[in-house]
Design a protein around this ligand. Structure first.
Ligand code: GLU
Length: 476
């Protein structure tokens, strides 16, 4: 085979959904693994669905995630233009060629006539009514300005088979194929026609896309055959589900790539997770850098069965990526989220140190740190801890001593504060937890906190720490 050429062909509908990004990722990885080229084509022939700014989102996301295309609208290439609406003449030219060879025909049927056709299994099927119009009649009606579409003339007998790299041999009875529209009445091609013309003219020899196209592909293959063009290799990908019954869909409010970034997921984690939605490496590894994905990607690892988008697993992967950031990179990335937390009085380096290993997404930061600026009264049952044998009574005894110990600490850092609390436990002949638990509760008013008593005291500073202890004692 000549050089491998794959493509990503999104429609600019306003966002890049997870399934789209997966198609882009797999197409990129497969091309790059085989020294091939990865091409971006914008499929905007459905002007009704066009959304302003959507193309820019596609460019930005692919650049941001490192899915750099070798050819595309904004980077150029020898097979352009790479935007379908700029290729309208090509489609008409090829549609007319099909009409000449008898593989397509003009159709003038009105909406009313189409709607009056009998429905079979709930679907109306075009009845080839205009197939037998004479050339003269067609010419006359076109000349008189009558609206028309061009339809594919499907064979009525036999079957069409092709091989899909994931799903194996797919066979469809030709009698099941409708004479689909190739050119619409506005002169624009349908997706079903444009994708074939463009893939051929752009030298695409490997088509990777979602499983929803598996059963339409025989129609596309009949077009390739009609032109005498070589069919590409096909790799269809399993659906991505929200749960056992529902497909993941932005239209139903499921997150797009941009939404995930806004929620505080790192692009590397998103790409890593998306790679696993429908593919697994031979060694079953889960956390993989972009380079590792490139090294391991293999179409034999693409699964047939649907994969479920699991936000819990994505968050877990994200936390691994967060943990491995340098403190500087973490601080820089966390900055916009910290802005929302009104933390001007706090040492940002300490805040970052406290939370870096304790968040799964950056979006959790605001909630996790709220206790630093808000300290509302809390229920004294929070002091109850069976394992540490603590409760409000033990807190009432130990907290004044904690306060006293803290008041004497000169170097106000985690280590010195921790040592002071441990020394107190030793002096009192009690387990460490008997001191640490109530101290942490008293400083935060929360059962779960990002960090222990001494880390939180360090961050709050001496004055605020002692003030909170006083306040809690007065409430006990
Ligand atoms: N424009 C189609 C879509 O966004 C592309 C399908 C294909 O890859 O051929 O679903």
């Amino acid at each position: 085979m000549s050089q491998l050429r794959t493509r990503f062909a999104p429609s600019p509908t306003g966002y890049l959904h997870i399934g789209g990004l997966r198609t882009a990722l797999y197409s990129y990885l497969y091309a790059k693994k085989n020294n091939g080229k990865f091409i971006l084509r914008i499929e905007d022939t459905d002007q009704g669905r066009y959304v302003e700014g959507a193309v820019e989102i596609i460019y930005r996301t692919l650049h941001e995630t490192g899915l750099l295309y070798d050819e595309g609208p904004d980077v150029g290439g020898d097979y352009g233009p790479y935007i379908q609406s700029q290729r309208a003449n090509e489609y008409m030219y090829y549609a007319k060629k099909l009409v000449e060879s008898g593989h397509a025909y003009y159709c003038f049927c009105s909406e009313e006539r189409l709607e009056s056709l009998p429905a079979v299994n709930g679907a109306r099927r075009y009845d080839k009514h205009c197939l037998h119009l004479s050339k003269e009649e067609v010419d006359r009606r076109i000349k008189s300005g009558e609206k028309f579409v061009i339809r594919q003339n499907m064979p009525t007998e036999g079957s069409t088979t092709y091989h899909d790299a994931v799903y194996g041999d797919i066979t469809i009875e030709n009698s099941e194929l409708e004479d689909q529209i190739l050119i619409k009445s506005d002169g624009m091609p349908t997706y079903n026609f444009a994708n074939v013309i463009d893939d051929h003219l752009m030298g695409i020899n490997c088509v990777m896309r979602g499983i929803e196209y598996l059963s339409s592909t025989p129609k596309y293959n009949l077009l390739y055959d009609a032109f005498g063009w070589e069919r590409p290799m096909y790799i269809h990908m399993p659906p991505i589900m929200k749960d056992a019954q529902h497909k993941l869909s932005k239209r139903n409010g499921d997150a797009s790539y941009e939404d995930l970034v806004k929620k505080g997921f790192l692009k590397d984690a998103i790409i890593n997770y998306i790679a696993l939605l429908g593919w697994s490496p031979k060694d079953d590894s889960e956390k993989m850098s972009f380079d590792e994905l490139l090294a391991k990607f293999d179409i034999a690892g693409i699964n047939k069965s649907p994969s479920i988008f699991d936000p819990v697993k994505l968050a877990w992967l994200n936390s691994l990526y967060i943990k491995e950031m340098t403190p500087e990179a973490f601080a820089e990335y966390a900055a916009p989220w910290l802005e929302n937390c009104y933390l001007k009085d706090f040492d940002k380096t300490l805040v970052c140190k406290l939370i870096q290993s304790r968040i799964e997404t950056f979006g959790e930061i605001e909630d996790k740190l709220r206790f630093l600026v808000e300290f509302p009264p809390f229920d004294s049952s929070l002091y109850d801890n069976q394992k540490q044998k603590t409760n409000a009574d033990t807190a009432r005894e130990i907290l004044p001593l904690v306060k006293e110990k803290f008041a004497q600490v000169e170097v106000w850092d985690n280590q010195h504060l921790y040592d002071a609390l441990i020394a107190l436990a030793t002096e009192q002949g009690v387990k460490n937890g008997k001191v640490l638990w109530p101290a942490r509760i008293a400083l935060t008013g929360l059962a779960a906190t990002p960090g222990g008593a001494s880390e939180i005291a360090e961050l709050l500073g001496k004055k605020e720490t002692l003030r909170r202890l006083d306040e809690c004692l007065s409430r006990l």
